[in-house]
Design a binder for this molecule. Structure first.
Ligand code: GUN
Length: 298
């Protein structure tokens, strides 16, 4: 019998999207401004195609001006940089996102750092990373996945995490490191763990908050979880399962949901947890960027 609260990221994202839609309509009505989001996708990676389609659909639903640039897998570094430079100059665009991963011949670092920090709605530019790391979370564009995780954590534990221990599993620049900065800014005592961590289950067992972002299906077992912990599962792993003799693809997280939900206080499912929140935070960052550009944010 599962006892944990199932954190419904889809419902929370829908609620937030409604607010974003209303604010977007007000911005258009009162100031004639439409938030503009440009998404750049390079190559044919199937998972990236799905993510980008969802981002465009959500941006359209929010009432944004949304454009997509699909570039061939063999596009040159110069052409990508030129496109980003033109988007940096485009007054109708407030957010620029270059979908990762990039084909191997492209220099990801140079491309992400060429995006104007004021349009970096992914929060990958060093200016935004620096602000977040310095604790200036109000002024930074915060990467969308950790920002969404934080809102869900807040719902269950409040805004001040003083006295609580948080363990982040994974040290990526997209999730692990910014997640740790956000948790620290809320006064949690934070440990970042990774593949070289000694006795990971024992470290995780001490956590009141667990954020798993490693990309290993069902890695975190129920016996890793401290009773009453809040568990956020960022993993989206595609696995093959047998259903009625047929092989089907299924998405599962980094946490063994059935086991962990016996022990945790609250836990995000996969799918339907972190994923929908990530896209909504991208919309929130783009709306904020549009307001900042118009001088409508203090
Ligand atoms: N690929 C997987 N997640 C992300 C993300 O948050 N932003 C970008 N640009 N690419 C990604």
């Amino acid at each position: 019998m599962a006892s944990a609260i199932r954190i419904d990221g889809k419902a929370k994202a829908a609620e937030l999207s409604e607010k974003i839609k209303e604010e977007t309509a007000a911005l258009a009505g009162n100031h004639g401004i439409k938030p503009g989001l440009a998404v750049v996708i390079i190559g044919e990676d199937p998972a990236s195609q799905v993510y980008v389609r969802n981002k465009k659909r959500t941006a359209d639903a929010c009432g944004f001006h949304s454009i997509q640039h699909s570039l061939p897998a063999d596009v040159s570094q110069r052409d990508v940089l030129d496109l980003v430079a033109s988007l940096n100059e485009d007054k109708a665009i407030h957010g620029i996102l270059v979908q990762l991963p990039l084909p191997d011949h492209l220099d990801e670092h140079q491309i992400t750092q060429s995006i104007a920090p004021s349009k970096d709605v992914d929060g990958f530019h060093y200016i935004n990373i620096g602000k977040l790391t310095a604790g200036d979370t109000a002024d930074a564009f915060v990467p969308c996945t950790p920002a969404g995780c934080m809102l869900m954590i807040e719902d269950h534990l409040g805004a001040d995490l003083s006295g609580l221990s948080a363990v982040v599993i994974g040290r990526s620049n997209i999730v692990g490191k910014p997640m740790a900065s956000l948790l620290l800014a809320r006064n949690a005592t934070v440990t970042i763990t990774h593949s070289r961590t000694k006795d990971l289950p024992a470290v995780v067992r001490g956590a009141d908050i667990v954020v798993a972002a490693v990309g290993r299906p069902n890695m975190v077992g129920g016996d890793w979880i401290k009773p009453g912990a809040v568990v956020i599962d960022v993993g989206i792993n595609r696995v093959e399962t047998e259903v009625d003799g047929e092989t089907k693809a299924k998405l599962i997280g980094d946490v063994n949901y059935d086991e962990a939900s016996e022990v945790a206080k609250a836990i995000t499912p996969v799918p339907g947890g972190v994923g929908p929140m990530t896209i909504t935070m991208l919309m929130a960052n783009t709306l904020r960027s549009a307001k900042l550009a118009a001088g409508l944010v203090d």
